[in-house]
Design a protein around this ligand. Structure first.
Ligand SMILES: [Zn+2]
Length: 89
């Protein structure tokens, strides 16, 4: 389980930038030594989640792209909430 952050630079509700905290669960897949010569090809996984705009308090859908590999599969992605840092985009 790891925390990752997603920046929405242009919120469809209020046009501001928000930063969300995501909880990403990955499954480590054991690989056999005989497969070690296979090249590790990272994949882009496109996920759609609902986010809440903290200014308008309305939900919107956004796509996010995460990278996984054959030995590190994304199992689930949860939106934990907005982060209140002052990192303006
Ligand atoms: Zn917003």
């Amino acid at each position: 389980m790891s925390d990752e952050y997603l920046d929405i630079p242009n919120c469809p509700k209020c046009k501001e930038g928000h930063r969300y905290k995501l909880k990403v669960e990955r499954a480590i897949v054991m690989k056999f030594l005989t497969m070690s010569d296979m090249s590790e090809q990272p994949r882009k996984v496109r996920i759609t989640r609902l986010f809440t705009c903290p200014i308008k308090n309305e939900e919107f859908e956004a796509n996010l792209t995460l990278t996984d590999t054959s030995s590190n599969r994304i199992k689930s992605v949860e939106v934990e909430g907005i982060t209140n840092d002052n990192n303006k985009i």
